[in-house]
Design a protein around this ligand. Sequence first.
Ligand SMILES: *Cc1c(COP(=O)(O)O)cnc(C)c1O
Length: 376
Amino acid sequence: MVDLGAQHQLIQPQLDTAIHEVIAASAFIKGPFVQQFEAALAAYLGTKHVIGCGNGTDALQIAFMALELKAGDEVILPCFTYAATAEVIGLLGLTPVLVDVDPDTFNIDIEAVRRAITPATKAIVPVHLFGQCADMEALLQLASAHNLYVVEDNAQSIGGTYHFSDGRKQASGTLGHIGCTSFFPSKNLGAMGDGGALYTANDELARRIRMIANHGQAVQYQHDCIGVNSRLDGMQAAILSVKLPHLDEYTAARQRVAAHYDEAFSGIPALKIPVRSRHSNHVFNQYTLRLEGLSRDSLKKYLAEHDIPSAIYYPLPLHHQQAYKGWATPQQQFPVTEQLCRQVISLPIHPMLDEEQLAHITRTVVSFCKANTTQA
Ligand SMILES: *Cc1c(COP(=O)(O)O)cnc(C)c1O
């Protein structure tokens, strides 16, 4: 699905230099490379604090710990997301409240959130899925009216921009109390191993996040609260510092691929191309089609036969997963999520796809649709 080799080849000398600098300085854990990257990312995002951590899942866990959520507190999250969003809520003993998503943007449905709020609700977790922001303006209004925390799962949307109705623009992940991201290699800003970060504009939250990510200590061997061991290492930070200045260029390349796909597929009734939100740009961590009236398994198989990878994000809604079965009552319905899990298919999208590869992919998808639509 992604060609990291080709991307890294273009910046190989800078990566080599960065890695050698880390080795020469033996600054593997914390240290100047991490500080430098945190400052650079904070400046890029236009937020006050960025705190590196071990991965995106840890970032979410640390966020809930920093907000001092406790067992029984209700946290509202979308049913259509990667399991990591849900996992940490379960691990911390918080009470998950699943809600359905918007059929066009695949992001959390604000009216469903409104209906799910109870006196026990403490936080909402919008996931900016596939590269597009949830409707944050409405969500922030709702959160502030009910005095709720907003933790953004920005793992798939780093580099994205939210558009307020008054014309203001702000980096995705910096709108709520805490934003969480992942530097997993296939994310839009990928490291060469695991990595993650939290963003916040709040000094006190930043202090708590730093402390929790480092065994609950602000001063060495003085543990003020129970924390975790979750750090971005110097090597990953140095690599990310080389890649961050290229993020906008990577995003633009992804957007060009998406535009190419849109054009090739827009005349085909069975293919629903990704709907663009009014509220944000789209940074296309994934290019996800909805298939109507065609067999997704057959398309996937047909693509594989033509050496084209594809992926299903996500085949099973959270509440149907063995681990999360108890998270919804039989009365709770998530019709949009259920339908998306049956219909979605993601095509290769990364900054290094060339014209020829793109033409091969679009031709193959279109020929499958034509062959199977006439039969129907
Ligand atoms: C990747 C991802 C995460 C977790 O990030 P890791 O670094 O893999 O732990 C969380 N949420 C979403 C939506 C993701 O896509």
